[in-house]
Design a protein around this ligand. Structure first.
Ligand code: SF4
Length: 704
């Protein structure tokens, strides 16, 4: 007897990180009628038939008992969320938004998006905020991840694309330098490219304050002090200059501003850099020796470098190093930033970011505004100006200076935002909060209205991976009855708000409009369509026309700056902006684990992942642990000036003495972001997640 019926076999991509690994979903219907989805890896350039544990188990969430299938509403602040109809959910939302805007003005409503939303959703959300709500106050959670690298690469190269080359270039480079990147845990499938590089004779240098799983694989591991990247990069540049490794011909022909940077680097002599970074002169010279031996080099930064008050400057310092070596803009060479979220790249290209319109068009440039206004069918004057970064929206929410109502799509700031206790209080103080999600995340649990929306395999849409390659995730099965897509929610809200511009809910129609809106811009998608993406295993932007091949490698001939040259930047010296002191003598840094993704709203609901790492922990060096009377497995409280969280101690030499590392994927009492700082890099708005002065208390001495 046949007990299952084959429904579909769909080639698609993983719902999680920016590698967007290829996978095939086999959908079958069991006798009881429910759909069963099986994941198998697919040969795709980023994963070559591999998946990590998160990818293998991702289909579990499709049938999770915690799945939201009906809208929820909180009829008064003292009541719980209860099930309601879509009509009431939309009506309540529009009534609240309209009343607040009539009383406090258009900017009293904020919109927060996410780097996991498809390009179509990110695009329509930006249009909804600016056209239907007429608010400036839109930003997205990519501000917490990619903002520093985005700002730095725009300044240095004229464009922000995470990797300006295909990932497979790693396999052909002589030397890969990873700075603040723990790919073995955050993006394990990328290790395949590194293994192939090493099989071909390539070398790996890892620079990180923590002896991470990636550091264990390195030919040279450089353990630096948290927040010491600017001094370290300048010190390496000084040694590169001293060793005569500057590519003078490249610098003269393709860059501007090196003389000032060369002079500035002279102030970073090895002894000084050793004192500033904790990295010995021997190790500094060893890295420079690797650079001398290599003909080609790729240098990648991650959040370890970027999530600091000086994040943009730290990235610029490493870009200076690569430009001086002439190892940018030629094959198997380059600087890149490893994007984290699945659509962290596309999510910032198409209008969720406070200062950008679709295609990376500038919201302050009259020509850009006119182009987008034409596509949207509005007067350019009607498009509001730039807003403020996500952290500012959140920390001022519910105050006189902040938004009074907030719409959240694809984002869980109650766990992922810095100073999360304060953010949670701000969210509670809002006059109105609506959240679109497929599970009751910590943020959704605070909302007045919750929209149950589709998840990845139940809808079609494009994502742009860390290489700037646009891929399509195809619908494999119908969503549960009662669930709508985010596009449908936006269309319903726009209609109820009596907005006259078009808000299509069909992803293909939205993508067609996005192509027109991005046409002629930096991130030009005009020549990309779903069919082409599938046929060509993704298409790299810019791709201005149907007969254009796409652009896997940027900068080969010139940089997209006004004069075609890259820019060096003199990076000011800086010391840690929150140095440890007597009260808080330790350095707290946060990060990610292999088993969990972002705020954990999805992966904490997947059995094998939850069982593998059920709770948070803090890594503490044996000497530090002994000093504080902490033993392995103890319950401890980690405290900073912002707040505290409770977790379990793991005594390990992975971290240096005086450093605490904690993953940030949990809410409640374990929420690491209770203790992080909402202070941001003034250049990019990225929060300083990676460095907080902290202390730790053993359970026995824990205050009540
Ligand atoms: Fe998914 Fe990233 Fe794992 Fe690939 S590496 S399977 S994209 S989580």
């Amino acid at each position: 007897m046949v007990d299952v019926e084959d429904l579909s076999l769909v080639g698609t991509h993983c719902p999680y990180c920016a590698l967007q690994c290829g996978m095939t979903l086999q959908v079958r219907r069991a006798e009881q009628g429910q759909a069963m989805v099986t994941v198998t890896p697919r040969d795709f350039p980023t994963n070559r038939g591999n998946l990590c544990r998160k990818g293998w188990t991702c289909a579990e969430l499709l049938s999770s008992p915690e799945r939201l299938t009906v809208p929820l509403v909180r009829r008064s602040r003292s009541e719980d969320l209860v099930a309601t109809s879509w009509e009431e959910a939309i009506d309540r939302t529009v009534t609240a938004l309209t009343a607040l805007q009539e009383r406090y003005g258009p900017d009293s409503i904020g919109v927060l998006g996410g780097g996991g939303l498809t390009n179509e959703k990110a695009y329509l959300l930006g249009k909804f905020a600016r056209v239907a709500l007429r608010t400036r106050m839109i930003d997205y959670n990519g501000r917490f991840c990619m903002a520093a690298a985005a700002t730095a690469t725009r300044r240095a190269f004229g464009v922000d694309r995470g990797l300006p080359f295909p990932l497979s270039d790693i396999e052909r480079t002589d030397l890969l330098i990873l700075v603040g990147v723990n790919t073995a845990e955050t993006m394990p499938v990328l290790l395949g490219h590194i293994e192939r590089m090493r099989a071909a004779g390539g070398r790996l240098v890892v620079i990180d304050p923590r002896r991470s799983a990636t550091a264990e694989l390195a030919d040279i591991f450089v353990q630096s002090t948290p927040g010491a990247d600017i001094a370290l990069a300048q010190g390496l540049l000084r040694l590169v200059i001293d060793a005569g490794l500057v590519d003078e011909a490249f610098v003269a022909a393709r860059t501007r501003g090196f003389d000032e940077v060369r002079a500035h680097a002279m102030g970073f002599w090895p002894e000084r850099v050793e004192a500033l970074t904790g990295v010995s002169i021997v190790q500094l010279r060893a890295v420079v020796e690797e650079l001398r031996r290599a003909q080609t080099t790729i240098l990648l930064t991650g959040r370890g470098v970027e999530q600091h008050v000086t994040g943009t400057h730290a990235v610029l310092a490493y870009i200076n190093l690569m430009l001086a070596l002439g190892r940018v803009g030629r094959p198997w060479c380059g600087y890149g930033s490893v994007t984290g979220q699945g659509n962290g790249q596309g999510g910032r290209e198409h209008g969720q970011k406070a200062d950008q319109l679709p295609g990376y068009r500038s919201i302050t440039d009259p020509c850009d505004r006119e182009h987008v206004a034409r596509v949207w069918g509005v007067d350019p004057e009607q498009i509001p100006g730039p807003g403020v970064p996500a952290t500012e929206i959140l920390t001022k929410a519910g105050t006189e200076d902040g938004v009074r109502g907030l719409l959240v799509f694809g984002c869980n700031p109650a766990v992922s935002a810095p100073e999360a206790t304060r953010v949670e209080n701000r969210l509670r103080s809002l006059d109105f909060l609506a959240v679109a999600d497929f599970v009751l995340s910590e943020t959704a649990a605070l909302a007045d209205v919750v929209f149950p929306v589709t998840q990845w395999a139940e809808e079609t849409g494009t994502m742009t991976n860390l290489e700037g390659r646009v891929v399509v995730r195809r619908k494999a099965l119908d969503p549960p009855p009662g669930v709508r897509s985010d596009l449908e929610v936006l269309a319903m809200l726009a209609t109820a708000l009596e907005c006259r511009s078009a808000f299509p809910s069909d992803p293909a129609a939205v993508f067609a409009e996005l192509r027109r809106a991005s046409s002629g811009a930096v991130a030009d998608y005009a020549g990309i369509d779903y069919e082409r993406i599938v046929t060509e295993d993704g298409v790299f932007w810019p791709c201005p026309s149907a007969d254009h091949p796409g652009t896997p490698r940027l900068f080969l001939d010139c940089f997209p700056t006004p004069d075609g040259r890259a820019r060096f930047h003199v990076v000011p010296s800086s010391s840690a902006d929150e140095a440890p002191d007597v009260e808080f003598p330790l350095c707290l840094t946060t990060g990610r684990l292999l088993e969990h993704y972002q705020s954990g709203a999805q992966t904490r609901r997947i059995d094998p992942l939850r069982r593998a790492v059920p709770t948070s922990y803090v890594e503490i060096h044996p000497a530090t642990a002994q000093w504080y009377g902490v033993t392995d497995g103890d319950t401890v409280r980690v405290r900073t000036r912002r707040g505290s969280f409770v977790t379990t101690a793991r005594v390990t030499t992975k971290v240096a003495e005086g450093t605490l590392f904690v993953p940030f994927h949990w809410g409640g009492a374990e929420r690491a972001n209770n203790a992080t700082r909402a202070v941001t890099d003034p250049e990019s708005g990225i929060p300083a997640f990676k460095l907080s002065a902290a202390t730790v208390e053993a359970a026995a001495r824990m205050s009540p």
